[in-house]
Design a protein around this ligand. Structure first.
Ligand code: GLA
Length: 447
């Protein structure tokens, strides 16, 4: 019998017992950042922090949702072919995203549910609390309707479905929520989705620490995030023209051959400028700037993305994506051989590439990863979308205390106190620094 407080709370809220209980983990990505939407692999793990949902079916088509955290107000909507979004940034939009995707997928009328959500994954931290909420919502609707969808199909459906909130993300987060495996990292490939378990070193853990800079993917980080997939779409369009490919690539990952063969000089010979204007791209691919905007730069609300003031940094983005994809392959090999030293140094290289080529790090994350390394981590890097959120470090189990102690002293009490005194007490410390080992993926229990 499950003793989760959310079950008792469900009874107090809805006056009946729940008929299902769902638990969906957050994740940290070990390596392979911003590779997923390019069709290259990622290597995340599930972590034992969760979004949980207790629910029961209704007799109508209404989703009636509550949250145990009073900061998130209640919401309800009808499961239909056109579910209107709540205001921007409202938590229910993730539930609506899953609902819309399942309504479209099922093509029929879905039974609604009363659902109470709860969560222990820190938000705006790059630990995938949003995709865990999307998956918990999808599993709730499936449970209420007594439906089964193949796990890979569901992950792909929800990756696309989450675009409802305005982000143009890839499929890593939804997939790892469902595919997480105790004591293993999961190498996930895309288009089509497939996966393999990779053993995680038994005597190591991942120390996760929040930089205390919020990275909210539907708020401050939305434009910053969406710019990167757009630059990669433009890179693909340029490659198609410059290489005169008979079958055009749909994404960078379609380039034939192994990443190891795609050298820095090859990338620099194809993308030979430091920065591209829309007009530069138009000239090369012989297409009008307006048509390029329509094809590559549109957002969900029909407004084009602004051209970045520093131009499109296509060469740098491509260099990151191809080298990061190669690092994922090398990391899998290192893990198969239990070679933690190589794994650690690949994490460090990945962080440098995320910072200098992909532009997704921050001064705070750079400081945090240096502190992690200086206190004995074998490797450290940012995790997830970037622009704030958490850094992760590979740490021997017998050094965890030393690394956590060092982060508290040098980063939170030293650096943050000095540079951001207003942030020092903004969060609960126990929630933002912890050590984990890979845990299992999502589960549904019918009560
Ligand atoms: C976010 C997105 C993912 C992925 C990462 C960066 O978490 O949701 O699809 O692109 O950023 O690796």
């Amino acid at each position: 019998m499950i003793e989760a407080p959310v079950i008792r709370e469900f009874y107090n809220t809805f006056g009946k017992s729940p008929s299902f209980f769902i638990q969906v983990p957050g994740r940290v990505n070990l390596i392979g950042e911003h590779t997923d939407y390019n069709g290259f692999p990622v290597l995340p793990i599930s972590i034992p922090y969760y979004i949980t949902a207790a629910g029961s079916p209704r007799r109508d088509h209404t989703m009636n949702i509550r949250n145990t955290d009073s900061r998130y107000d209640e919401s309800s909507f009808i499961l239909s072919s056109s579910i209107p979004p709540a205001r921007n940034g409202h938590w229910s939009n993730y539930v609506r995203a899953a609902s819309q995707a399942l309504a479209d997928f099922s093509g029929g009328s879905l039974t609604g549910a009363d659902v109470l959500f709860s969560g222990s994954i820190p938000g705006s931290a790059g630990l995938s609390s949003s995709s865990a909420l999307v998956i918990a919502s999808a599993l709730s609707i499936l449970a209420a309707n007594n439906l089964n969808v193949d796990i890979l199909e569901l992950a792909e459906l929800m990756a696309e479905g989450e675009h409802y909130v305005g982000t143009q993300g890839g499929g890593m987060d939804q997939a790892i929520c469902l595919l997480g495996c105790k004591d293993h990292a999961v190498k996930i490939d895309f288009f089509p989705l497939r996966y393999a378990h990779v053993p995680f070193p038994a005597d190591h853990s991942i120390v996760v620490a929040h930089s205390l800079i919020r990275a909210a993917k539907t708020e401050n980080a939305l434009l910053l995030y969406n710019r990167r997939p757009a630059e990669c779409r433009l890179a693909t369009a340029l490659l198609n023209t410059i290489l005169a490919l008979e079958i055009p690539l749909q994404r960078l990952g379609d380039l034939p051959g192994k990443c190891a063969d795609i050298t820095e000089s090859f990338v620099k010979s194809i993308f030979d400028r430091d920065s591209y204007s829309l007009e530069d791209i138009a000239k090369i691919i012989e297409e009008q700037p307006e048509s390029i905007t329509q094809r590559y730069l549109m957002t969900r609300n029909g407004i084009p993305m602004p051209v970045p003031p520093d131009g499109f940094l296509i060469q740098q983005r491509a260099l990151h994506v191809f080298s990061e994809a190669e690092r994922v392959e090398k990391t899998c090999k290192a893990l198969m051989e239990n070679d933690t030293e190589t794994f650690g140094s690949l994490m460090n290289d990945s962080h440098t590439s995320c910072d200098t080529l992909y532009g997704i790090s921050t001064p705070e994350l750079n400081t945090l990863v240096s502190v992690m390394r200086s206190f004995g981590a074998s490797g450290a890097r940012l995790t997830g979308a970037g622009f704030g959120g958490c850094a992760v470090a590979l740490v021997r189990d017998d050094s965890i205390e030393q690394v956590i102690g060092g982060i508290r002293k040098e980063y939170y009490d030293g650096y943050i106190r000095k540079t951001h005194p207003e942030l020092r007490n903004a969060d609960n410390f126990r929630e933002i620094i912890f050590a984990v080992k890979p845990s299992s993926g999502a589960s549904t229990v019918v009560l």
